[in-house]
Design a protein around this ligand. Structure first.
Ligand SMILES: *Cc1c(COP(=O)(O)O)cnc(C)c1O
Length: 441
C-alpha cells in the first residue's frame, strides 16, 4: 500500500508563454563565446537525440566524490586504531579544533551527519517550545526531517526566483508564534545570513542555518559558520568537504555547543543520568581522519570548483532561456552544485526534455530540489499554502556535473551540448513528441 503511495508525484505544471522567442539569433549572442564561436559559421553538429555523436561516450557522471589519498587517511587513522579508540577520540577533537579555527567560531562539535547535527541544534534552540519552524520548501528533505524529529511542524515559505534562497519577506509574515527559523545556504551560496539573523532578532526567534553545502562559503567577508545560533555542515560524499559520512555543528554559543556535545552521546553527561532525549550521533575516528586529510587539500579543491563553476556561468549565460543561480557579488559560493533554471518558451523545450537530451549525450544531471518539500509525500498533507515561485523554480531547475576532477574542456563540452540542443530545440521537441505518441499507441 505504501509502495504505491510514495511513488505518486504531484503534478507541477509548466506554463509556456507563447511568442516569447528572442528576436535576435542565439547564434549572434553566442558569437563571443570561445566554445561555440567555431560553430557559428554553420549549423552546429546534431545532438545525440537526433542521431549525432555523443558528447560523452561512456557517460559523464553527475558527481565524483573528492577522495583524499587512502594511504594518508590510513596513516592518520593508525594511532587511534592501535590505541583501540575507534570513535570520538583525538582525531575528532583535532578536527573540531582545526575547523573552528578555519571558520573563526568558538566551537565546532563533530557529529555523525548533518541531519543528526540539525536535529540536535534545533532541539537545543527550541527546547520546550511548540511553535512551527519557518524554513524554505526549496531545500533538501533532511532540513524538514530535522524539524519533524523534534516533533515540530515546518512552515514552508517561498524562495527567491533567481537566488533560490528563502524569501525573507514571506518568512517575516510567518513568524508569529514560530519557535525557530532554519535557512539553507542553497547550493553553497550564502543565504543572506545577516538579514536572516536580523529577522530572527527582531522577533526574538532563534536561527539555525542548514549549511550542508556551505563549508568554505563567504558572505560579505565572513566565513559561513558563525551566523545564527548554529550552522551545520555536511561531510557526505556529494558535499564539498568529504569524510564519507559526518557533520559539523559550528557555533559561538558555548552552552549550545555543550548541549550538542552531550546530545550526540545519548545526552549522557557521563553519569548515565541522561539530561534530555539524546542520540547516538558520534563521529568515528576513521571519518575524522578522512576529514582531516581532506581539509589539507580543501583550498585547492575549492579554487578548482569555483573556477569551473565560473566557466559554466560565463558560457551558459550566453544561451537564451537559461538562468544560472544568482550569487550576490559580495559573496563567494562553494558551488556545491551548478544550478540553472530553464525558461521553456525561450530555450525551446522544457527542463525534462533537456534532461532527456543531456542523458542521451551521456551527461548525468539532477533536478535539485524537485519535488520541493511542501510537495513531498511526507509533507504535502501539512496544507502549507501555495508557494508559486518554489513550484516554478523546482519544475524548471537542473544541475550539471561539477566536481574538482572535471577539466575546463569537459565544461566546454557540456555547454556545447546544451547549446546544440537549444539550437535544434524545435526538431527535438517534434521528434520526442512523435516518439511519445508512437510508444503510447
Ligand atoms: C546533504 C544535505 C543534508 C544532509 O546531510 P547528511 O550529512 O547526509 O545528513 C542536509 N541539508 C542539506 C541542504 C543537504 O544538502
Amino acid at each position: 500500500m505504501y509502495n504505491r503511495a510514495w511513488r505518486i508525484r504531484p503534478a507541477v505544471t509548466t506554463r509556456m508563454e507563447p511568442n516569447a522567442l528572442p528576436v535576435t539569433s542565439p547564434l549572434s549572442a553566442l558569437a563571443d563565446v570561445p566554445v561555440v564561436r567555431r560553430k557559428t559559421s554553420g549549423r552546429p553538429a546534431l545532438p545525440t537525440v537526433l542521431g549525432g555523436e555523443q558528447a560523452f561516450p561512456g557517460s559523464l557522471p553527475f558527481c565524483r566524490p573528492t577522495r583524499p589519498p587512502l594511504d594518508e587517511v590510513t596513516a592518520r587513522f593508525e594511532p587511534s586504531y592501535n590505541a583501540g579508540i575507534l570513535t570520538n577520540g583525538r582525531l575528532v577533537a583535532e578536527l573540531e579544533e582545526r575547523t573552528a579555527d578555519r571558520l573563526g567560531v568558538r566551537r565546532v562539535v563533530a557529529v555523525s551527519s548533518c541531519t543528526s547535527g540539525l536535529i540536535l541544534s534545533v532541539q537545543a534552540v527550541t527546547e520546550g517550545a511548540t511553535g512551527h519552524v519557518v524554513m524554505p520548501s526549496f531545500t533538501f528533505l533532511a532540513s524538514g526531517h530535522a524539524v519533524r524529529w523534534n516533533g515540530l511542524l515546518p512552515r514552508f515559505v517561498d524562495c527567491d526566483p533567481s537566488s533560490f534562497q528563502m524569501d525573507l519577506d514571506h518568512a517575516a509574515q510567518e513568524l508569529e508564534g514560530a519557535s525557530a527559523i532554519m535557512a539553507t545556504h542553497i547550493f553553497g551560496a550564502p543565504s543572506n545570513p545577516e538579514a536572516v539573523e536580523a529577522l530572527g532578532r527582531s522577533r526574538g526567534v532563534p536561527v539555525v542555518f542548514d549549511a550542508a553545502h556551505a563549508f568554505g562559503s563567504i558572505s560579505a567577508g565572513r566565513a559561513a559558520g558563525g551566523s545564527g545560533s548554529a550552522e551545520v555542515f555536511s561531510l557526505t560524499p556529494t558535499k564539498v568537504l568529504v569524510a564519507g559520512e559526518g557533520g559539523l555543528v559550528a557555533t559561538n554559543d558555548l552552552d549550545l555547543a555543550e548541549r550538542v556535545r552531550i546530545g550526540r552521546n545519548y545526552a549522557d553527561p557521563g553519569t548515565y543520568d541522561s539530561r534530555f532525549v539524546g542520540l547516538n550521533a558520534r563521529m568515528s575516528e576513521y571519518h575524522a581522519a578522512m576529514a582531516l586529510v581532506s581539509l589539507e587539500r580543501f583550498d585547492q579543491v575549492l579554487r578548482t570548483r569555483r573556477s569551473l563553476a565560473n566557466q559554466y556561468r560565463r558560457l551558459l549565460s550566453c544561451i537564451p532561456g537559461l538562468q544560472v543561480q544568482r550569487v550576490d557579488p559580495a559573496d563567494e559560493s562553494t558551488f556545491k552544485d551548478l544550478a540553472m533554471v530553464i525558461d521553456p518558451a525561450v530555450f525551446g523545450m522544457t527542463r525534462d526534455q533537456l534532461v532527456t537530451c543531456l542523458g542521451a549525450e551521456g551527461i548525468e544531471t539532477r533536478n535539485y530540489f524537485d519535488p520541493p518539500m511542501h510537495r513531498q509525500y511526507a509533507y504535502a498533507h501539512l496544507h502549507n499554502g501555495d508557494l508559486p515561485v518554489t513550484d516554478r523554480v523546482s519544475s524548471r531547475i537542473v544541475n550539471l556535473p561539477l566536481y574538482a576532477d572535471l577539466s575546463a574542456a569537459d565544461i566546454d563540452r557540456v555547454v556545447d551540448a546544451v547549446y546544440r540542443i537549444h539550437v535544434h530545440a524545435d526538431e527535438i521537441v517534434g521528434h520526442l513528441t512523435a516518439a511519445a505518441v508512437r510508444s503510447s499507441s
